[in-house]
Design a protein around this ligand. Structure first.
Ligand code: SF4
Length: 646
């Protein structure tokens, strides 16, 4: 095993933030893999600051290192200065834990949580000294795998990643370790054999095992090449978070990172049914962590890490059915300890109460972000974010009344059926929010953050033609003019980057060559505005003979074969289509936790159920308008023992 540290250390004086490459954080391990152990290098294809807090990688790091037959280390995409130093010195990508070369591992496992990091994946594989195209790899090379939300459309990277893991990784990673370990112990004889074995693990998609046919521009079919390879790859779902109290040893970074705090996941999944939200759709059903386990993870995590902030994370934290009790007990335990702050990311305005606001401010106030997403009730019905203006005003009133001076409001623009009056509604909401704040303090202000909408696979909006860059720019300009001179400050996401994200999000295998060209032209760190240029993407599309508008702004039809149809999150395609039609008809669809099941497919097909502490709808939880879609069936809900009904 080679330790590159003596050659890496001299480079650190020449790069910005050398602490990104050192390792040795609290919670880190330095495994020495034995000959029979599968050695994983878990790679986040963005900087250390973005990648270290990623909970998915931290969970897999612990699970793999607890196994006798596997080890796991970490790597992050080296920033451009470090990459330059590495390439000049002839040094490869390395693990931050033991500083071993990436090519010495058996598996390079990437987390893909955003499409614009795809070029960084290619760059990391290349820096590892591994051929970037999977067809050029031999048995001497590591297996390249990827997990994370983006893998629900694996096709753009199908020519570059050997195997995709779809869904929750806690269980399937061990099955992958068993297969790779056996391959290693067998002398890594044949690459084809290990890929065949991986393809038979439920939840694992191996693109080389499938043939793709086109009909002109359109995709005709994606079919398995062997009888034992599934035609459709189902996602993996952990039925009960109580079995997975990870991470137990959260990593404490050496430099400031995003989400720099103790993060405790309180539930996974969301059934609010926001139609734009891929995360909500693909992570169904709701699985709450037992309150007692949350409390233990918080108190032990704070003690062990020394953090003075804890975030209770999920897709919609105030929806946790035991939220009041958990917040109150954390507050009681921490009150008088010198200031631990509590944050609840992803707050639903209709579930945020003055009670929660006053509890949070007892410890220490952090920023409050609310996400109405659209500026009018009509458009919020289209996107199924069933928040009334009064809900929003009530929530911000609670916040300002408890001493907050600034709230952040998050919106999307470019949503289906959006008209200028909806866009301008954002400005009106923001101004009204500031007005409410001024009842309590003259310094009241609001930040309006506007993102461009990108339709995502496995959502009811997967058929929608995305707004082009000019249209998004026009809408943002409209908003800026309307908010000029007000106490609401606007921030927006660059429409050009939104367009490139659109190319990658709903792309097919042909988009892989576009991503490769963008990378070859120097297009790494595409999430970073200083490194992003849409021209590279448009030029690459032209060089590949592909029409950007066909991929991005074109509406799809129901009978079209979509590039991700052979991967399923359990949602029936006709359920998604009906929901898309309901969106166009401006019909909302209430949360299936509190109403009868709509038979979307997830619980029924996978024999799963919601796991909740309380079956009672919170404030705003059961609201909604429009048609009754219920199948009349009982909602599959399992109560956690501590709160079970008598
Ligand atoms: S199967 Fe029914 S209860 Fe389960 S997530 Fe889908 S709609 Fe909700």
């Amino acid at each position: 095993m080679s330790d590159l540290w003596p050659r890496l250390e001299p480079l650190l004086a020449r790069v910005e933030k050398p602490a990104r490459y050192i390792g040795m954080e609290r919670g880190a391990v330095r495994p020495q893999p034995g000959p029979g152990q599968a050695a994983f290098l878990l790679i986040y294809p963005d900087t250390y600051e973005i990648g270290l807090p990623n909970q998915g990688l931290q969970i897999l790091y612990e699970i793999l290192n607890e196994r006798a037959d596997a080890t796991a280390e970490r790597a992050y995409a080296p920033w451009t200065d470090m990459e330059g130093e590495l390439r000049r010195s002839g040094l490869p990508l390395f693990s931050v834990d033991t500083h071993r070369p990436a090519s010495e591992f058996d598996v390079l496992a990437f987390n893909l949580s955003a499409e614009l990091v795809y070029t960084n994946l290619l760059n990391c594989v290349d820096l590892a000294g591994v051929p970037i195209r999977n067809e050029d790899r031999g048995p001497q090379h590591p297996v390249v795998i990827a997990g994370g939300h983006c893998t629900y459309n694996p096709e753009p990277l199908a020519g570059y990643v050997d195997a995709f893991v779809i869904g929750d990784g806690e269980e399937v990673i061990s099955e992958v370790a068993v297969v790779v370990g056996a391959w290693k112990r067998g002398g890594r004889a044949s690459r084809e054999a290990v890929l065949r074995d991986l393809a038979t693990i439920p939840g694992v998609y191996v693109p080389a095992m499938y043939d793709v046919e086109y009909d002109g521009q359109a995709l005709r079919s994606v079919t398995p090449r062997f009888a034992d390879v599934p035609a459709t790859v189902d996602k993996r779902t952990v039925a009960d978070l109580a079995d997975w109290p990870y991470p137990k040893n959260q990593l404490v970074p050496l430099v400031e990172v995003v989400h720099d705090r103790l993060n405790v996941e309180i539930f996974r999944g969301c059934t609010r049914g926001c139609r734009f939200c891929q995360a909500g759709m693909i992570t169904r059903p709701v699985r709450e962590r037992p309150e007692e386990q949350v409390r233990t993870m918080v108190s032990e995590g704070l003690k062990r890490t020394g953090y003075d902030e804890v975030a209770l994370t999920s897709l919609s934290s105030a929806d946790f059915s035991g939220i009041d009790g958990v917040v109150a007990s954390i507050v009681n335990e921490q009150e008088g300890t010198g200031g631990v702050s509590l944050s609840l990311p992803s707050l639903r305005v209709d579930a945020f109460t003055v009670g929660i606001a006053s509890q949070i401010q007892k410890v220490r106030r952090t920023g409050l972000t609310f996400a109405p997403e659209a500026g009018s009730w009509r458009l919020r019905q289209v996107i199924n974010k069933l928040i009334l203006e009064d809900d929003l005003y009530g929530a911000v009133d609670s916040a300002y009344s408890q001493g907050w001076r600034r709230v952040k409001l998050y919106f999307l623009t470019g949503l289906p059926t959006e008209m200028d009056e909806d866009t301008l509604g954002i400005a009106e909401l923001a101004k009204n929010v500031v007005e409410i704040g001024r009842k309590y303090t003259k310094q009241a202000s609001a930040t309006v953050s506007v993102g461009g909408f990108v339709p995502k696979p496995h959502t009811p909006f997967q058929w929608f033609g995305q707004n082009g860059t000019e249209e998004l720019r026009r809408k943002i300009h409209l908003l800026r003019s309307e908010l000029r001179g007000s106490k609401a400050q606007i921030k927006w996401h660059e429409p050009a980057a939104t367009f490139a994200e659109g190319i990658a999000s709903r792309g097919d295998r042909r988009i892989g060559r576009v991503i490769e060209r963008v990378w070859r032209e120097g297009g790494t760190f595409q999430e970073w505005s200083e490194h992003f240029a849409l021209d590279r993407w448009i030029d690459a599309m032209a060089a590949e003979g592909l029409d950007p508008d066909w991929y991005v702004t074109r509406h799809r039809t129901f009978d079209e074969v979509l590039p991700w149809d052979h991967v399923t999150a359990g949602l029936h395609k006709d359920f998604l289509w009906q929901d898309w039609q309901a969106a166009l008809a401006e019909h909302g669809l209430p949360d299936c936790r509190w109403t009868p099941c709509y038979d979307c497919g997830v619980c029924t097909d996978y024999a799963l159920e919601h796991v909740v502490a309380s079956p009672v709808a919170p404030a705003g939880g059961s609201q909604g308008t429009g048609q009754d879609w219920s199948s009349g069936g009982a909602v599959p809900v399992r109560l956690l023992p501590s709160r079970a009904a008598p």
